[in-house]
Design a protein around this ligand. Structure first.
Ligand SMILES: [Cu+2]
Length: 295
């Protein structure tokens, strides 16, 4: 009797600890989803989209995945069918057909139609990313070997952002992703990034915000994004092979509530007071320069 009771008790204990570990795993997963956008181990799909461009890009990706799967299945089915139907055994005398007008028209027209169907949402998205939308703030991003420099022309601050070395990582910081000075922005803002380079080519790539633009010395590339409401970290990496430390220049965009952003700005103005500001980027923003016509 005692043994049965003991066994039942042990069983209960096991189930309760199992339920508790499930809850803690789920909480951990939920917290991670809620507060950060970064690549996950064994991740198969795109990162969770944030903002209008990213969600539209994800929708387009999902739509294309259906199209490409149907095409692949159809072509595979056709190959299997042909291999079986026209195998040597029942076709001792092979057919010498070389033209079939109807089939040729079909295999030209159908792919054209598929491309047209794909082109409509693709161009819509492309025009949206290139649109000159009114923005709340501008940040100038410069890629360098091997770190990023962020400049807020309206606030007159500029600072470098370096990866945190593995030995200096704190408990809540991510290896190969966290940086000493993240690019801090207020939540729920539309931001224009002016991306340029100091040396070789880099690429400013934050997947969850659908940001990807080359950073090239002597050239300024523009891109905009909407940072959704919510305190969150968006992780990215340079994705243009730029030299020996290419893998060690991650990007962190930290979205903060407006009041916390103001606090940060106050501190940043003191902390980065001695960092040089590039006056040219200010001028480029304020003045419309006349462009000489090339004859
Ligand atoms: Cu780089």
């Amino acid at each position: 009797m005692k043994t049965t009771f003991q066994t039942a008790l042990n069983g209960w204990k096991k189930s309760i600890s199992y339920i508790f570990s499930c809850i803690s795993i789920l909480t951990f997963v939920f917290l991670n989803i809620a507060h950060a956008s970064e690549p996950k181990p064994w991740q198969m799909d795109l990162q969770e989209p944030a903002g209008i461009i990213a969600s539209k890009a994800t929708d387009l990706h999902n739509f294309l995945l259906i199209v490409i799967t149907l095409i692949s299945v159809f072509v595979l089915g056709l190959l299997v069918f042909v291999c079986i139907k026209f195998r040597e055994k029942p076709n001792v005398k092979p057919s010498k057909t070389s033209h079939n007008t109807l089939i040729e028209i079909i295999w030209t027209v159908v792919p054209v139609l598929i491309l047209v169907v794909i082109a409509v949402p693709s161009f819509k998205l492309l025009y949206l990313t290139e649109a000159d939308k009114p923005v709340d703030m501008v940040v100038k991003v410069s890629g360098a070997q091997w770190y990023w420099n962020y400049e807020y022309p309206d606030e007159e601050i500029s600072f470098d952002s370096y990866i945190i070395a593995e030995e200096d990582l704190k408990d809540n910081q991510k290896r190969m992703l966290d940086v000493d000075n993240p690019l801090v922005v207020p939540e729920g803002t539309r931001i224009k990034f002016l991306v340029t380079g100091n040396d070789v080519m880099h690429s400013f790539f934050v997947p969850s915000l659908a940001l990807q633009v080359y950073s090239i010395a002597g050239r300024i590339n523009e891109i905009w994004t909407e940072v959704p409401v919510g305190k969150k970290k968006y992780y990215g990496q340079c994705n243009q092979i730029c030299g020996v430390n290419h893998a060690y220049m991650p990007i962190v965009i930290q979205a903060l509530p407006k009041n916390e952003y103001k606090e940060w700005l106050k501190e940043a103005k003191v902390k980065f007071a001695n960092n040089p500001i590039n006056e040219n980027s200010k001028v480029a923003l304020l003045e419309k320069k006349e462009v000489k016509e090339i004859k």
